[in-house]
Ligand binder design. Structure first.
Ligand code: ZN
Length: 257
């Protein structure tokens, strides 16, 4: 069984299209999404529709939650983007009522926690599934936090939210894909938290879109991390042309931060 894991699309249609195209060439059995479909980027309607069509399921991220309910603890650019995103979805719903209702229903039904094949899947962390960040530096600086997080996991966990790809083990340690040659075999006798990175807003100083594929075979699971160039200028230009989205949201895409 081959599963593509995508996360943190953030309304970046150019990145999502490129990643889905790449996934299509890898013969995966299913695609799952760890949340933050929308927020920040210029194409929320198209991204929600594509995720609804192409993914077996998606989780609720803090930005999906912020657009649906209330953007709390967001910086000004993120808050503005959340309100603008909500208006976009409303306007699209006025143009096509049925499609609009389906979109809101899809977003409203996103789950915060899903178990599949031995993996616990959450957007943020097992303790606070929507909002808590598990940062790479936590493996060194916050051993108690990491211990508590691993206490909440039976075996393996998939998370998004930080936009930084890699594997946390309960040593505790963090391995970026570069240290793993892009591939990690999950041992049965260890606990691991895996982050596929972000499709639409990478923050590890590599602007390429990030995702992962998990291959399960006879109880063994292998994670392969992928990076992909996409038409980042297309998204940056759409952000620049949009008076409601801060130019900074485009600039950070060019730098991967
Ligand atoms: Zn995010």
């Amino acid at each position: 069984m081959k599963t593509a894991i995508i996360s943190d699309i953030h309304s970046n249609l150019a990145a999502l299209e490129a990643v889905l195209g790449d996934i299509d060439q890898k013969g995966v059995d299913r695609i799952i999404c760890l949340g933050d479909i929308i927020g920040y980027g210029p194409d929320p309607v198209e991204c929600v529709d594509l995720i609804a069509q192409r993914c077996e399921w998606s989780l609720m991220g803090n930005h999906d939650f912020g657009v649906l309910y209330e953007p709390t603890n967001f910086n000004t650019a993120a808050e503005q983007a959340a309100y603008w995103t909500r208006n976009q979805l409303d306007d699209a719903g006025k143009a096509d009522t049925e499609a609009g209702m389906k979109r809101w229903e899809f977003l409203g039904r996103l789950r915060v926690r899903v178990g599949f094949d031995g993996f616990l899947c959450v957007h943020g962390s097992p303790r606070r599934p929507i909002n808590e960040y598990i940062f790479p530096e936590d493996a060194i600086n916050s051993p108690v936090k990491m211990e508590q997080i691993f206490e909440n996991i039976d075996t393996h966990c998939l998370v998004g939210h930080t936009h930084v790809p890699g594997v946390f083990t309960n040593e505790p340690d963090f391995y970026p894909p570069g240290d793993l040659d892009g591939e990690y075999t999950i041992r049965e006798d260890e606990k691991a938290v895996i982050n596929p990175g972000s499709v639409g807003q990478p923050r590890d100083l590599d602007p390429r879109a990030s995702y992962a594929v998990i291959e399960q075979d006879n109880g063994q699971a292998k994670v392969r991390f992928h990076r992909l160039e996409y038409e980042v200028d297309r998204t940056v230009q759409r952000i620049r042309e949009n008076a409601h989205l801060s130019d900074w949201l485009g600039e950070r895409l060019l730098e991967g931060r």
